[in-house]
Design a protein around this ligand. Structure first.
Ligand SMILES: C[S@@+](CC[C@H](N)C(=O)[O-])C[C@H]1O[C@@H](n2cnc3c(N)ncnc32)[C@H](O)[C@@H]1O
Length: 603
């Protein structure tokens, strides 16, 4: 993965490094989005000229009240692309024609017009290879766009059209998202496109141009696409959608519990009859059909009616259901989320009635341990006593390294310099689990040797990891410890905490950091690698939904996601200071670097 490191000294005294990823683009998706933009662009270009409408009147239009898809462009595409373009054009034309041009538009300086040609004429490769300052600017705008646009997730589609439309975007200064020029043009009495939706489509196209094969970079366009869908969906359907989701989750849970995903043949083209599956899981065929219906309706499994190739109704896997087969990290994560978020949600009201309406302080007396009937335990001590659950947790953590970047965020120059100079202990992975993240660093940076690395975790975890005998980790020093009580390795260059601090409340997180601070040398650094929330007080609009959900789910175990200001407060309480911030462009993930207060330049 090629990365560019840039520094942005926006906050005095704080180094803010932003990573932009230069990757090959997903051309099919980009072309599709560009075609959608082209349609919107054509509509806009025809729609207003100096205030005079050039849109054909409904009577003279061959396809009245619909955007006319450029037939030649669609014919050039493959069937799937063409279908997406037609559907998008239909959806957008509905939104365009149903959104009210009145109040919002009058409040701003006239209808804005997106100059889509600027994007269309720029080859995708140019977008990916644009000068760094341009890329970072675009990314920054995208991030702000995501935050602003996430506002709509909490309001109904109808509210959104009225209160989060053109006017809001304009007021938030977000009308030039992604470097796409917007021009003011006089208001027109003709029904006008909703600029917010057009900006969002442009955002999506831009984000897709940045993605390659890693899941992390796909999150942004997916989130924006969901927002687009939310904006276009009638409000009642949004709520009905939640009900449907609840049933999907129940059905997935049942199929996992019955081992049904494991029994459906996983090789391409293979299927199993409903009757066959029912027999294998010892269930009634009618029951299997009803549960499976939730999964086929939501495109998790594929239904095959009776046909020459399927003598009886059958089921087969999709790429999604393959991830739910036991032993897959995503399947492990589903169990984790089900047990510690979905199931815990049923006791949250009584938990807060019992403990008071305050953030859980932890590490014990958290919603998860309350549900388990052992409130005096903390999350990990509960896990330690349940061997399958502990194994499942370790497996689930592997999934997070696929979706959230491990390497490629922090600038490793100083680390590699210290490694080359022969420093005894360069890297201590605190709460490093089975060493899967240490392994990624060792693979990515051959200059760092296993003997210079330590992986610390609870005794039980370290024992199990050692037994795995992973080749890449050979030579790594494994240390069983309790980070609430100690930091047994002194003077390492880096104390790396990935997804540790977020598991705990402020007082507990401070204890962990303070213990580490006692082991640090003046040039040592703590690296906190996790989600970095925007500051709620100064950011217009709420968190992106994905970021909010991650924070809310941490509530169950007494943890939280934090902003830079919150990390700075933690650091201060632990005798440390924030010395750098390294953001990942495609996700909300970052590495926050801490140094001892008063220590000079280090890494
Ligand atoms: C959320 S996981 C993160 C694992 C890994 N850093 C990653 O990013 O995948 C938290 C880790 O902290 C470890 N842990 C929990 N309590 C601990 C304690 N008191 N002392 C040391 N390690 C602990 C857990 O066993 C687990 O491996």
């Amino acid at each position: 993965m090629a990365t560019h490191l840039t520094s942005n000294h926006a906050t005095p005294g704080l180094i803010d490094h932003s990573i932009s990823i230069t990757q090959p683009s997903d051309l099919d998706a980009v072309e599709t989005l560009k075609a959608v933009q082209g349609i919107i662009g054509t509509y806009l270009a025809n729609g207003t000229t100096g205030g005079r409408s050039r849109i054909p009147t409904p009577e003279s239009s061959a396809i009245p009240k619909r955007l006319e898809v450029d037939k030649r462009k669609v014919d050039d595409m493959n069937g799937y692309q063409a279908q997406i373009v037609r559907e998008a054009a239909d959806l957008l034309s509905e939104a365009v024609l149903t959104s009210s041009p009145g109040k919002d538009i009058d409040e701003v300086s006239g209808q804005q017009q997106t100059d889509i040609k600027a994007v269309e004429s720029e080859p995708t490769s140019n977008i990916a290879q644009a000068p760094l300052n341009t890329q970072n600017m675009a990314t920054d705008q995208l991030d702000r766009g995501a935050r602003n646009s996430a506002a709509t997730n909490t309001s109904s589609g109808a509210d959104r059209m009225e209160s989060h439309g053109v006017g809001t975007r304009k007021l938030n200064g977000d009308s030039k998202a992604n470097g796409i020029n917007t021009k003011a043009s006089p208001p027109s009495s003709t029904p006008q496109p909703n600029q917010d939706l057009l900006d969002l489509t442009a955002n999506i196209a831009h984000s897709i141009s940045q993605i390659a094969t890693d899941d992390a970079a796909r999150i942004k366009p997916v989130t924006d696409t969901l927002e687009l869908a939310t904006a276009l969906r009638p409000p009642g359907d949004t709520i009905m959608g939640w009900f449907a989701n609840m049933s999907v989750i129940s059905a997935v849970r049942l199929f996992m519990h019955w081992g049904a995903f494991d029994i459906i043949p996983s090789s391409k083209g293979d299927s199993i009859t409903y009757a066959g599956l029912a027999a294998r899981v010892n269930a009634d065929e009618g029951l299997i059909a009803r549960v499976a219906s939730m999964l086929t309706s939501s495109n998790i499994l594929l239904h095959h009616p009776t046909s020459p190739t399927h003598p009886a109704p059958s089921l087969s896997h999709t790429p999604t259901s393959l991830l739910l087969i036991s032993g897959q990290p995503m399947s492990a994560m589903f169990s984790l989320m089900y047990n510690h978020v979905a199931a815990v949600s049923t006791v949250l009201p009584s938990y807060f009635d019992t403990y008071g309406r305050t953030e859980p302080l932890g590490p014990a007396h958290i919603p998860t341990s309350y549900l388990a009937g052992r409130p005096e335990e903390d999350f990990f001590s509960l896990l330690k006593k349940d061997e399958p659950a502990l194994r499942n947790f370790g497996l689930a953590m592997r999934m997070t390294s696929k979706r959230v970047p491990v390497t490629g965020v922090y600038d490793m120059t100083g680390v590699l310099r210290a490694a080359a100079a022969g420093r005894e202990t360069v890297w201590v992975d605190v709460g490093g689990g089975d060493g899967h993240t240490a392994k990624e660093f060792l693979r990515e940076y051959p200059g760092l040797s296993a003997g210079q690395c330590v992986v610390q975790d609870m005794e039980e975890v370290v024992e199990a990891a050692r037994e795995q005998g992973d080749e890449v980790l050979e030579g790594v020093r494994w240390v069983g410890m309790d980070f609430f009580k100690e930091a047994p390795v002194e003077g390492a260059l880096v104390y790396y905490l990935r997804h540790i601090i977020r598991d705990y409340s402020d007082p507990v997180a401070t204890t962990i950091l303070r213990n580490i601070s006692h082991a640090m040398y003046p040039d040592s650094r703590v690296l906190i690698s996790e989600q970095l929330n925007p500051d709620m007080a100064s950011t217009p609009g709420p968190l992106p939904l994905y970021a909010a959900f991650k924070d809310f789910s941490m509530l169950s175990i007494g943890g939280k996601e934090r902003s830079l200001e919150q990390f700075a407060a933690l650091a201060d309480a632990a005798g440390l200071r924030v010395s750098g911030v390294f953001r990942h462009a495609a996700t909300a993930h970052a590495v926050v670097e801490l140094a001892l207060k008063g220590a000079g330049v280090g890494v």
